[in-house]
Design a protein around this ligand. Structure first.
Ligand code: UDX
Length: 437
């Protein structure tokens, strides 16, 4: 009998994991405490934008392999393997991660676990959390030591979540027994030949923190080089290209611009600093403070460039912000550099109109005071300065001549370095970018 799987939490991670596991042929029951979200998922109506995921959801609902519930009792009865996929956002009172959703899941589920099963944490957590949760499970579960914990961090990128889940680079299993390892190897066997690293809880938790710290550092490194390029009159796009041919360096996560945002990298590097400090290893990750600071400075610099182009002030000026999502192919606006810049310009007296192909509803709900448009051209109508802040392919393909017909002044800040500077300049635009002359 194949294992019956449950997924707790149906956000970007949980919804993807549930649909992908069903796609692999498992019977999956997914839970969320948000009844409206569960209602939508039951109808095959995906509450988020994630390429390819809605098809997977519909197909597996129709096949009867994927179901949704709000009942922990049903989950406890059904599951042999329970995947915890809830968020661990930054706490409001500091850098540390807020693990209260994780604890809430364990407090609700564990007292109902009256038979042998495996609980698998996928959420990103401060190292040491798994150890604590494992003890709590054994204490609270009627089945006691028959309920085991494994830690299996998730590395999916939003916008590529389905592909990353069905074709992962690697699988990391933090386990305390051979039995747990065997179960998880069987669960992931349909993925084929994927490198699997089997380790202890603490290492598994740390792999995720280290991976995100490395990626954030790489992005901030190239953005630091952009600052130096600006000071020296050099071009960071050519610098990055030249670096990328060195296989030891590689070109991925080396795209300069307004920097990283989203629900993971920013809060994960802060949570890592907070946890390392608790462990007395603060010096080891002190550089992440600088990584964070470089990233924040990029946003400030974009605002400065736009203000210069607008004639030194935003008072009485209109700015068009192209992009609201923290990255293309996603509707996630958590810590979005684009919206942060939009809000800063509005605070400085500018009128800001935002356009994004998929994130407008989320942006409107979070920032009702900004103006919104239904297309890039509409957003740019009457603008004194246009800012490209999320690298959606449709923005990279914008025609400078067409945009010229709607703006008041031909000023553009390329916050993601995706436009052809020469083409825009020869169409009469004043083109500015981070790290380019
Ligand atoms: C990230 C990790 O990549 C993923 O492995 C982990 O599981 C969760 O966190 P995600 O937040 O979906 O994934 O986004 P990612 O594609 O990594 O991009 C993060 C941010 O960095 C975006 O704002 C993006 O625009 C920015 N970025 C990325 C750059 O500014 N330059 C780059 O070269 C790459």
């Amino acid at each position: 009998m194949p294992y019956r799987l449950t997924v707790l939490g149906t956000g970007y991670l949980g919804a993807t994991h549930a649909a992908c596991m069903a796609e692999l042929g498992f019977d999956v029951l997914a839970l969320d405490v948000d009844e409206r979200k569960i209602e939508r998922l039951r109808r095959g109506d995906l509450p988020i934008h994630e390429p390819g995921l809605e098809e997977l959801l519909k197909r597996n609902l129709a096949a009867g392999r994927l179901r949704f519930t709000t009942s922990y009792e049903e989950v406890a009865r059904f599951g042999d393997v329970h995947f915890i996929c809830v968020g661990t956002p930054q706490r409001s009172d500091g850098y540390a991660a807020d693990t209260s959703y994780l604890d809430a899941v364990v407090d609700s589920l564990a007292p109902l676990l009256d038979r042998e099963c495996l609980v698998v944490g996928k959420s990103t957590v401060p190292v040491g959390t798994a150890e604590r949760i494992a003890e709590k499970l054994v204490q609270l579960a009627p089945a006691g030591v028959q309920v085991e914990l494994a830690w299996n961090p998730e590395f999916l990128r939003e916008g590529h979540a389905v592909q990353d889940t069905l074709r992962p680079d690697r699988i990391v299993l933090g386990v305390a027994s051979e039995r747990a390892e065997k179960i998880l190897r069987e669960v992931y066997a349909p993925l084929g030949d994927v490198p699997i690293v089997v380790t202890d809880y603490a290492t598994a938790e740390l792999v995720k923190s280290a991976a995100n710290a490395f990626l954030a550092t790489k992005i901030s490194f190239i953005n630091a080089m952009a600052e130096v390029c600006e000071a020296a009159g050099a071009d960071v796009t050519q610098l990055a290209r030249a670096l990328s041919y060195d296989e030891r360096i590689g070109g991925r996560y080396l795209n300069p611009g307004v920097g990283f945002g989203g629900g993971c990298l920013p809060k994960d590097i802060r949570a890592f600093m907070a946890r390392a400090t608790e462990l007395g290893a603060d010096r080891a990750v002190a550089f992440l403070q600088e990584v964070d600071a470089i990233n924040q400075r990029r946003r400030t610099r974009v605002v400065e460039l736009a203000r210069e182009l607008a004639g030194g002030t935003f008072e009485g000026r209109r700015a068009a912000v192209l992009g609201a999502a923290f990255k293309p192919h996603s509707d996630d606006i958590r810590d979005s550099p684009a919206l942060d810049v939009a809000v800063r310009i509005a605070r400085l007296g500018g009128t800001v109109t935002v356009y994004d192909p998929v994130a407008l509803d989320n942006a409107r709900a979070a920032y009702p005071d900004l103006e919104y448009a239904e297309s890039a051209l509409e957003a740019a109508r009457g603008a004194d300065v246009v800012l490209l802040l999320t690298e959606w392919p449709e923005f990279a393909a914008l025609d400078p001549d067409e945009l010229s017909t709607v703006v008041r002044e031909r000023n553009i800040v390329d916050g993601r370095l995706v436009l052809d500077a020469e083409a825009w300049r020869s169409a009469g635009w004043t083109y500015r970018a981070l790290g380019r002359p």
